[in-house]
Design a protein around this ligand. Sequence first.
Ligand SMILES: NC(=O)c1ccc[n+]([C@@H]2O[C@H](COP(=O)([O-])OP(=O)(O)OC[C@H]3O[C@@H](n4cnc5c(N)ncnc54)[C@H](OP(=O)(O)O)[C@@H]3O)[C@@H](O)[C@H]2O)c1
Length: 272
Amino acid sequence: MSLKNKTIAFLGAGNMGEALIRGLLTAKTIMPSQIIAADVRPERLGDLAKTFGIRTMNDNVKAVADADIVLLAVKPQQMSAVLAPLESAATVRKLFISIAAGVTTARIEGELGGKVRVVRVMPNTPALVGAGAAALAKGAYATEDDLATAESILGAVGITVRVEERLIDAVTALSGSGPAYVFYVTEAMIKGGVAAGLDEALAKKLAIQTVYGAAKLLVESGEEPESLRRKVTSPGGTTEAALKVMSERKLVEIFAEAIKAAEQRSRELSGS
Ligand SMILES: NC(=O)c1ccc[n+]([C@@H]2O[C@H](COP(=O)([O-])OP(=O)(O)OC[C@H]3O[C@@H](n4cnc5c(N)ncnc54)[C@H](OP(=O)(O)O)[C@@H]3O)[C@@H](O)[C@H]2O)c1
C-alpha cells in the first residue's frame, strides 16, 4: 500500500504518537491532511492541531472509520478499552499497526473480531529524536505489502528491521529496553569520573559527549564495535587497564544475563 492519498489515524497521541507524526511530516512522507490524531486529552489535541495542522478528534471510532491505516499508540494497559468499540469499524480493508509493548497480534486480531491485518512494532525512545530502532512483525492476516507500509511509517523516525513475532521479546530486551542500559552506563561513567577527581558537571559533560561520539562513530564508520575498541586499546595503556577490570568483573556475562532477564519478563507480560 503506497501512502499516497492514504489517511493514518493515530489512536493515542502521546510521546510516541507525536514523535511519529513529527517524523512523517518532517520527512514529507505524508501531508498534514492525511493525519488524524485521536486522544482522550483535549489539550493535547489542541496543541497537535496547532503545531502540525492535522485533524484531531476525541472519537476513536470515527477516526478509524475515516482512516486507511490505524496506528495504535496507547499504553498497553489502555489497549483493550481502545479496541473493544472498534470491532464494527475494523475491516480487512484497514491496516492496524500497534506499537504497544507486550500486546500480541493474535490478541489485537481477537479483540477486533477476527481477520484483521495487524503489524506489531517494537519501537524505542530514540524515535523521539529521529534515531529509533524498530522491529516489525506481521500477524496472521497482514501481507508483505503491509510490512512495507509499516516500514515507511516507522522509517520516518529511525531504522527498521523485520522479525518473526516470536523474536519480539528478544528485541524488546535488546533495543526496546536498550536505551536504559546506555543511560545506566553513562551514569556509571559519570560516577567513575567523579571518583577519579573530576567535578560532577564536567564528568557529565564529558561522559555524555563520549557516548554520543562513540555511537556516531559506530554508525558512520560502519566498523565492527570490536575493531573500534581494539583501535583505542594500546597494549599496556590506560584503556586496556580499564577493560581488564570490566572483563574480570564479567561485563559481557552481566549483559547476557540482563538481556535474558528482560526477554523473560517481556514473555511474562505478553503471556507469550
Ligand atoms: N520500547 C519502548 O521503549 C517504547 C517507547 C515508547 C513507547 N512504546 C509503546 O508506545 C505506546 C505509547 O507510549 P507513549 O509513551 O507514547 O504513551 P503516552 O504518552 O501515555 O500516550 C498515549 C496517549 O493515549 C491517550 N489515551 C489513553 N486512552 C485513550 C483512548 N481510549 N483513546 C485514545 N487515546 C487514549 C493517553 O491519554 P492519558 O495520558 O490521559 O491516558 C495519552 O495521551 C505504548 O504502548 C508503549 O508500549 C514503547
